[in-house]
Design a binder for this molecule. Structure first.
Ligand SMILES: *Cc1c(COP(=O)(O)O)cnc(C)c1O
Length: 428
């Protein structure tokens, strides 16, 4: 690869580089390739649940549980009887207790939870969904396609902006199996809008013997865990309203590993668990380990600040301001004379977002450092080449480092990375 690149260079300006240069280039290329795998990064974007950066960072307890489970572990082995056990029994019990449901289970991710619920509870029948909730969530997760993949027929009701309970009622026929409500987790519908409440759908479902399923998305357990983020549905409230199943992700506001949770009635959960598809969507032992630890933390206290997502969302604004000011000072003082001329570095207030399919359009006040100058875009690219790479936001020609998502133990690395980049940035 490196030789091909060199041949191209020679063909262009017909000057062969020295052997040293060729070797150095080959070593560089090898190192780049080795570094191209999955790497730890510093998230300075302020987006707490950043899907492209792995969503929720695990808590220390969850990490310890993952390490403990990484060898042989009692995944499907009952240590009391010595016989085969259930993979999801324990996380199911914990999730059910946490959400106030009869039963619960877990699969690989939120999309899998929805696919399984549709296949197990409505396969071969019809699923009624509001036209205002036919969402796409990141890449290829499109609701109509998931319903088709689950072997059910989608029946759309209402309009994009308004759907009433009467619309659902009129659509019920002999083949209807499920009413599905989906949280609009990545966009907002404002203005002349109307939607049916989950509790109304539950009443309708009971009247017609239909399964009522709510895809809540973000996994906010109860309001106080979200630091007052408005507009996110609470799983506990949804369960209490009588829905047969409530679905949510493990790695959004719950703050755990990638997982899809299904909580609800004993009957609905058991039908999902025993569906043949569940084997294909099953959760891995490392996910189970981290999920168990995360659920335990939520059961111990309503606002488990030791879970990084929850801790970051609850960060004290004065603390964030102080951290931003300290970082700005460190950067200004760390610059050598004449380094990065025309560059200004200052602590600023920022508007962050929750991210990861939660609280769309809601900004979270935060603090950070803004670096403005002639080389902002190049600075962002160079920060991504650091070890560990630092991922930032660019706004109005400035690089923004939001301290909310930077672990305090990484602040020195961030400062060093920026100074390193500015230094070499000037002579390019
Ligand atoms: C995020 C989300 C999903 C998908 O969950 P994953 O865990 O990313 O697979 C499904 N539905 C809603 C409403 C979501 O917000």
């Amino acid at each position: 690869m490196e030789l091909a690149r060199l041949r191209d260079t020679i063909a262009d300006d017909s000057l062969a580089p020295a052997l040293d240069t060729v070797l150095a280039g080959a070593v560089d290329a090898l190192e780049r390739r080795r570094g191209a795998g999955l790497r730890r990064v510093i998230n300075a974007t302020g987006v707490v649940v950043h899907t492209n950066l792995g969503r929720a960072p695990l808590s220390e307890d969850a990490l310890a549980a993952v390490i403990a489970a990484s060898g042989y572990a009692s995944v499907e082995y009952d240590l009391v009887t010595g016989a085969r056990g259930s993979r999801t029994a324990r996380v199911g019990t914990l999730a059910a207790e946490l959400c106030g449901a009869e039963d619960a289970t877990a699969v690989n991710n939120g999309a899998a939870a929805l696919l399984l619920a549709v296949a197990a509870l409505a396969g071969g029948g019809e699923v009624i969904v509001s036209r205002g909730e036919l969402v796409e969530i990141g890449g290829s997760f499109r609701l109509p396609e998931i319903i088709a993949a689950g072997g059910a027929t989608l029946v759309e009701v209402g309009t994009t902006n308004r759907t009433r309970i009467q619309d659902y009622r009129s659509a019920i026929g002999p083949d209807t199996r499920m009413i599905l409500k989906v949280h609009r987790s990545n966009f907002r519908l404002v203005g002349f809008t109307e939607e049916a409440e989950l509790s109304e759908l539950v009443t309708l479902g009971v009247e017609h013997d239909l399964q009522v399923v709510f895809d809540a998305g973000s996994g906010l357990i109860a309001d106080d865990a979200a630091a007052g983020i408005p507009g996110e549905p609470e799983v506990r409230t949804a369960v209490a309203s009588g829905a047969d199943l409530v679905l949510f992700s493990g790695d959004k506001l719950l703050g755990g590993p990638q997982a899809g949770l299904l909580v609800g009635t004993r009957d609905a959960v058991e039908r999902c668990r025993s569906a043949s598809l569940s084997r294909a969507l099953r959760i891995d032992k490392l996910q189970i380990a981290a999920l168990e630890a995360t659920l335990l933390a939520h059961l111990r206290t309503t606002v488990p600040l030791e879970i990084p997502v929850i801790g970051m969302l609850h960060a004290n604004l004065d603390d964030l301001r102080r951290r931003a000011e300290t970082l700005a000072v460190a950067l200004r003082e760390g610059m050598s004379a004449g380094q990065a001329p025309g560059t200004t570095i200052e602590a600023v207030t920022l508007e962050g977002v929750v991210g990861g399919g939660a609280a769309p359009g809601i900004s979270v006040a935060s603090y950070g450092v803004r670096i403005r100058g002639p080389q902002a875009t190049r600075l962002a690219a160079r920060l991504r080449e650091q070890d560990p790479p630092v991922v930032v936001r660019i706004e109005d020609d400035g690089v923004l480092l939001d301290v909310r998502t930077i672990d305090p133990s990484d602040e020195t690395s961030v400062a060093e990375a920026v100074l390193n980049c500015l230094e070499t940035g000037t002579d390019r």
